[in-house]
Design a protein around this ligand. Structure first.
Ligand SMILES: *Cc1c(COP(=O)(O)O)cnc(C)c1O
Length: 360
């Protein structure tokens, strides 16, 4: 039987078209052909990021750039904003890199608010802050626009923002926000195979990085910038990901960014409506619910494992039964990437059947 269709929030389903692009023949990464490929994806990436800065692609998962951001930009102390499984990990990554770090911990499912960051930065102890825009483990979106306004008040603080499960689901304008690093792994909202991440770096962040002596090599922002001048990457990249990205950006720009954002919103509304109709609540408050996926609270106390396995066995689709410490207390459905309203309605139909079948 074919592998189940993925409605888990990452990695998500990859289209035939993307796979076809992904499997094109290799070329030398110092060749003119590669330089041309590199240059071709750049305008699309800049549109997606709403930026005039270069947008780099790292061969490595999101964490490779999350760790690199710490190494490149933290000299004093980093404030790690924590409200879920992914953001919670950033504190340990910072200290594992020998950096001073302090936690801004809020309860899972709650957003990080600008005033909470403001109160911490006001101490003057910090030169960087890490934030996850869309905390995928809890489906929670923090108000990035408000948070980014703090950059004006604290121009010397580096704002490092993970947009892994929000990039391309809504407008996130790097230049306008004025944040310093924006990064995303490609296996979530971008619907590529895992193994690569894209990121933009502000002028202020390049200046800061130039002053740091222990940036390391693999994730050195300055090395990325120097190679970018030649339409190249510091080391041999996943050329397949460049091919796939070219194809995906073509899809995104053909659909149009605004139409893509609207589709994602429609998709997620269908899932939220299904939850409400069946007596479930969202895990985060509605106003802080993210767009690319839905984290549903198991307030009816159903057997989530039975639900997910029934769907897999009978419909060959896979949803997520909750992440880490909220496994079973929540379940998550991805509606990002290439999903259409028709796909999502079909899945909701399966979910109705599944609830009946497990006697919930
Ligand atoms: C999945 C995810 C990550 C981790 O990505 P890796 O690809 O495993 O490095 C980081 N942040 C967010 C918000 C995620 O959803």
């Amino acid at each position: 039987m074919a592998k189940p269709k993925l409605y888990i929030p990452g990695p998500i389903q990859v289209s035939e078209k993307t796979f076809k692009a992904f499997s094109q023949p290799m070329m030398g990464h110092r060749s003119k052909d590669f330089q041309e490929l590199y240059a071709r994806v750049q305008p699309g990436l800049q549109k997606l990021f709403y930026t005039r800065q270069p947008v780099f692609m790292a061969t490595g998962s999101a964490w490779s750039v999350m760790e690199a951001s710490i190494r490149n930009l933290v000299s004093k102390k980093v404030l790690t904003c924590m409200n879920g499984a992914f953001s919670d990990k950033w504190y340990g990554v910072a200290t594992a890199n020998g950096k001073q770090a302090e936690k801004l911990q809020v309860e899972w499912g709650k957003p990080i608010l600008a005033e909470q960051i403001d109160a911490k930065l006001a101490t003057g102890e910090f030169d960087a802050v890490t934030l996850i825009h869309s905390e995928t483990s809890t489906g929670t979106l923090s108000p990035l626009e408000e948070i980014a306004k703090l950059k004006k008040k604290y121009p010397d603080v580096m704002f490092i923002v993970d947009v892994v499960s929000s990039l391309s689901t809504r407008k996130i304008a790097f230049d306008e926000l004025g944040v310093d690093v924006m990064l995303a792994g490609l296996q979530k909202a971008m619907a590529l195979p895992p193994g690569a991440a894209v990121f933009a770096v502000s002028e202020a962040a390049f200046k800061k990085a130039e002053q740091l002596k222990d940036r390391g090599y693999y994730g050195d922002f300055i090395e990325y910038r120097a190679n970018h001048e030649k339409n190249m990457t510091p080391t041999t990249p996943s050329i397949s990901h460049f091919y796939a990205l070219e194809s995906k950006l073509e899809d995104i720009l053909t659909e149009g960014l605004d139409a893509r954002f609207a589709r994602h919103l429609e998709n997620v509304m269908i899932v939220r409506e299904w939850a409400k109709k069946n007596g479930f609540e969202l895990f985060p408050e509605l106003q802080y619910a993210t767009v690319g996926l839905t984290c549903i609270k198991n307030n009816r106390n159903i057997d989530v494992a039975a639900l997910t396995s029934w769907l897999k066995k009978n419909k060959n689709v896979q949803i997520d039964g909750g992440y880490g410490k909220i496994k079973g207390q929540t379940f998550r459905i991805s509606s990002m990437g290439d999903e259409t309203t028709a796909n999502i309605y079909e899945l909701m139909g399966y979910m109705d059947e599944a609830l009946k079948a497990i006697g919930a």
